[in-house]
Ligand binder design. Structure first.
Ligand SMILES: *[C@@H]1O[C@H](CO)[C@@H](O)[C@H](O)[C@H]1NC(C)=O
Ligand SMILES: *[C@@H]1O[C@H](CO)[C@@H](O)[C@H](O)[C@H]1NC(C)=O
Length: 265
């Protein structure tokens, strides 16, 4: 090779490496870099069900959501064991679940189900057995309508594989404003993308951006009087993506009202 060709070759290599780095950076920016792998490798767990086919027992729950039907989650939900619940920070995350390694109970060709984490399956340390939700076990206590898609009810408990999956939500991120004039609590729901909110900031029209604290599940609170001011939000999900939603609530918002942001993750 002549030296001119060598130089060209070196530049070409440099260029290719640069392009690869740019592609990686773009991928990181798109999917986040805080270690949440959506559609990553499957992991082992078990699944049971709670409540009946009406799903009424799945309403409310430890994530702080209310009427899951009205809020768009439907009955496609589960309560997570301690190991998965993460003290509420996993609330709103979506999982794909498939029945595996149980030829007796797994319904053939059932495929996978997708659920949103809306509740906590509490551990019970005094029970002698069947403590599926005790640490360190990874366990999904599904709504009954979701369980019977994978196995008949009488199976009781089934081995499953699971992985995080993107949350498909309609419309914008939604906010329910609760509390009193001196203490506001906001439920953040209908969150797309990875689904689990890790930080929330609020801004009244006369304030700066103020960080809110996680109260429980996906309820976030702040002790700043914001009555009479339009409200904007910055919502960050566990993959590090932040979405700013301006003027979500008008200045005449009332406690107990729900508001929808103009976009979603
Ligand atoms: C869970 O969250 C609550 C409320 O934020 C906090 O008081 C508690 O210490 C947390 N528990 C663990 C195990 O992180
Ligand atoms: C835990 O298990 C014990 C023994 O089976 C039972 O009596 C108790 O009600 C359970 N506690 C809860 C909170 O479910």
């Amino acid at each position: 090779m002549g030296s001119c060709k060598k130089y060209l070759f070196a530049w070409f290599n440099f260029f290719m490496v640069l392009m690869a780095m740019v592609a990686t950076a773009k991928r990181i920016m798109r999917h986040g870099n805080i270690g949440i792998k959506v559609d990553g490798p499957w992991e082992d767990a078990h699944a049971t069900f709670y409540g009946d086919m009406s799903g009424s027992e799945t309403m409310q729950g430890a994530c702080g959501y209310g009427d899951l039907i009205k809020q768009g989650y439907g009955l496609e939900t589960a309560a997570l064991s301690t190991a998965l619940f993460n003290n509420g920070s996993t609330c709103g995350a979506c999982f794909e679940i498939i029945c595996v390694n149980d030829p007796q109970w797994c319904i053939k060709g059932a495929g996978s189900i997708k659920i949103t984490a809306t509740n906590f399956c509490p551990p019970n340390y005094s029970k002698p057995n069947e403590n599926w939700c005790n640490p360190p076990l990874k366990h999904f206590d599904l709504s009954m309508p979701m369980f019977v898609k994978l196995a008949p009810m009488k199976a009781g408990i089934i081995p499953v594989n699971f992985r995080r999956t993107p949350c498909t939500k309609q419309g914008g991120v939604k906010f329910e404003v609760k509390g009193n004039p001196y203490w506001i609590m906001v439920l953040v729901y209908n969150v797309g993308g990875v689904g689990d909110v890790s930080a929330v900031r609020i801004k009244g029209e006369k304030t700066d951006w103020l960080p809110m604290s996680r109260n429980w599940g996906q309820n976030w609170n702040i002790g700043t009087p914001l009555v009479g001011q339009s409200l904007s939000f910055q919502v960050t999900t566990s993959d590090g993506k932040m979405l700013q939603l301006d003027n979500v609530a008008p200045a005449n918002w009332q406690f107990g009202q729900n508001f929808e942001g103009r976009s979603n993750f």
